[in-house]
Ligand binder design. Structure first.
Ligand SMILES: Cc1ncc(COP(=O)(O)O)c(C=O)c1O
Length: 282
């Protein structure tokens, strides 16, 4: 029976059950209690002087991804939608997405009234094939969505080159690739925006949640945000304690307000980000 499959009575390769997922420890519970017993369950709640978990997570996750900016949002789908809308994607536009991915890649496009155009994936990496993506470009193509599927990284050299050649921006869907690297840098900072999910099954999970990261914000966008009168009045009144951090980012992304993640939602993510090592590129 030595060579028989386990289902036919052979020895199973693994006798132990798989570890439970997601996992948390006493530090997670302590952080949740800290939020529950405070009056600040969201960034817009009254501040007690401590730095909000949301801001801590944004900083930690930006550092972890080796990018300048991160804004936590409610889900990976929200992250994709925000990034696409920031690129001006709207009714009548086309966005190239891989034919093999999670449905959110297409539904984020549809949500904006645009049309997802499916292009084939590379048979070795199962990620969007740059040559097929190039063939799918039409006069209506507004963006390309490179998805790093199951921690397998799309060819970011090719998409950077394609984008420079055609003037069509690309974004990275990193929902399944927290910590993955392309050459010397973490994924997420190569495209115009990197979109993460923290949904239940993800490598970095908070049950639900997401984040948009940006490698750097052009100086002119930052200047425009700082001179925006609504931003300045908001800061002066202290109504939105987070306004300075979010405003530059929101302005760059073209959103007046970002659907931000609550204090409780970022806790699990913050814990893991501060303890995680590099995930190998597969
Ligand atoms: C590749 C990919 N993109 C986007 C998403 C959407 O993320 P969320 O479920 O947080 O909206 C997922 C998650 O399921 C995903 O696997």
């Amino acid at each position: 029976m030595a060579d028989a499959l386990a289902i036919r009575g052979g020895t199973p390769v693994r006798a132990e059950p798989w570890p439970l997922w997601p996992r948390s420890d006493e530090r997670t519970a302590a952080a949740v209690t800290e939020v529950l017993t405070s009056t600040r369950w969201a960034l817009s709640g009254p501040s007690d002087g401590r730095v909000a978990f949301e801001r801590r997570f944004a900083r930690d996750f930006a550092d972890f991804n080796e990018v300048a900016h991160c804004t936590p949002v409610t889900s990976g789908t929200a992250a994709l939608t925000i990034a696409l809308q920031a690129l001006g994607v709207g009714s009548g536009d086309e966005v190239i997405v891989p034919g093999l991915t999670w449905v959110a890649c297409a539904s984020a496009v549809l949500h904006l009234g645009a049309r997802p155009v499916l292009a084939d994936v590379d048979s070795a990496t199962l990620t969007l094939d740059p040559a097929h993506a190039a063939e799918a470009i039409t006069g209506r193509t507004r963006a390309i969505m490179a998805v790093h599927l199951a921690n397998s990284v799309a060819d970011l050299d090719a998409f950077t080159e394609l984008s420079a050649r055609t003037g069509i921006p690309f974004i990275e869907d990193c929902a399944q690739a927290h910590g993955a690297r392309w050459r010397h840098r973490r994924v997420g900072g190569y495209g115009r925006a990197g979109c993460f999910s923290m949904q239940q099954s993800k490598l970095l999970t908070a049950g639900e949640g997401g984040a948009v990261v940006i490698f750097s914000i052009p100086e002119e966008a930052a200047r425009a945000a700082v001179s925006d009168p609504t931003v300045m009045i908001g800061s002066a009144l202290g109504v939105f304690a987070y306004v300075a951090g979010h405003a530059v980012f929101a302005r760059y992304l073209g959103f007046p307000f970002i659907p931000g993640a609550g204090e409780l939602a970022v806790i699990c993510g913050a814990r893991r980000t501060s303890t995680a090592g590099s995930a190998p590129r597969s």
